[in-house]
Design a binder for this molecule. Sequence first.
Ligand code: SF4
Length: 356
Amino acid sequence: MPLLISEKLVTWYLQAHRNLPWRKTKDPYKIWISEVILQQTRVEQGLPYYHSFIKKYPNVKSLATAPLQKVLKQWQGLGYYSRARNLHQAAKQIVEENKGKFPTEFDDLLKLKGIGQYTAAAIASFAFDKPQAVVDGNVMRVLSRLFAVSLPVNSTAGINFFRKKADAVLDMTKPSLHNQAMMELGALICKPVNPLCVECVLNKDCKAFQTGKVSRFPVKEKKSPPEVISLHFLIITKSDELMIYQRNGKGIWKGLFEFPSLEKKGKVKWKAAEARSKLLEIGISKFSIKTNHDEINHLLSHRTIWASFSFVNASQVNLKKAESAGYKLIRKKDLKKYPIHRLMEKIVSLAGIEIN
Ligand code: SF4
C-alpha cells in the first residue's frame, strides 16, 4: 500500500506540478535558500526574493563573506529576520569548517545554524537523493487526512508520529520526487480550506474522505493568544539628520534598525512625560515634540503590536551620551541603506519620510 500511494503521487506530480526555479536544480545552496525563504512565505511573495537573493549571493562563499547588515537589507520585507541571520551564520560555518563544500548527509546538515529536520531533509533528498522524508505543515495535513490521525499536528507527539508516518510512505528509490509530490499535493489539492478531494489522486486511499470527515483533520491544539504590546516611536530629527537605533537582544528584530522607542505590555495610552524622560535618557535636552494620533495595529505570529509615534525636533543632542546608549544620527537620505522591519517601514511611510 505505501508504494502505491507514492506511485500515484509521483505520477500526478509529474504532470501537474508548478514550474519553480528551485525544482530545476540540484545545487544544495539554491535549494537551501529557496526552502528557507518559503518557510514562512507564500511562493508568489518568495519568488522575487529568491531571484534577487541568488543574483546578489550566487553561492555559499559570496554569502559567507558579505556583511550581515547587507544580507538583512536584502531580506527586508520578508520578515522573520532570524532566517537571514542564520543563513549568514551557516554559510560562514560551511566555508570555515567545510572548505565551502555543502554537507551531503542529513546529520551533518542538522549541525548548521538554523537548519532543522525539515530543511535538512529537503536538502538531503532534493540535492543528494538521500532517502529522507520531509515533514512540513503541508505534509502533515495530507497525512493526517489520509490516515485520519487524531493527534494534533502542533504537538510533540503529533510531530513525532507524522515523521514516522512520512518515512513509512516514502519511496526510497525516488525520495526527491516523492517529497516534492507530497508537498505539492498539500499546496495545490489538499489545501487547508476546501481541499479538492474530487480531483485528488489519493481520494480512494484517503480515510478522511472515504468517511466524510475531511473537515475534522488536521487536529490542532489550541495555543495561547498572542501577547499584546504597545510601542511608541520617537522620530527624532536635527536639521537633515535622523536618529536611529539597532535592535539587539534575542528578539526577532535583532540587528535591524528603527527609531528610538518606548515599549510596554498591553494596550496603553502614552503620557508625554514618558517620551520626555526617554529623550533625556538618550541625551536630548532641548526639543519640541508633536504627537501623531495614528494608531497602527501590527500582527506578528506571537505578538499583537499597537504602535504610534511622535515627531521630535531636537535642537541640542549630547552625541556622546546618545552613542554610548546605542543611538546614532544619520543623514535622512541614508536611511534606505539600513535594514528595517516591516512595522518600521509602515511608520516611515505614515510619517511621510522619503527613503527611496
Ligand atoms: S482526498 Fe481530500 S482530504 Fe484526502 S488527501 Fe486528497 S485532498 Fe486531501
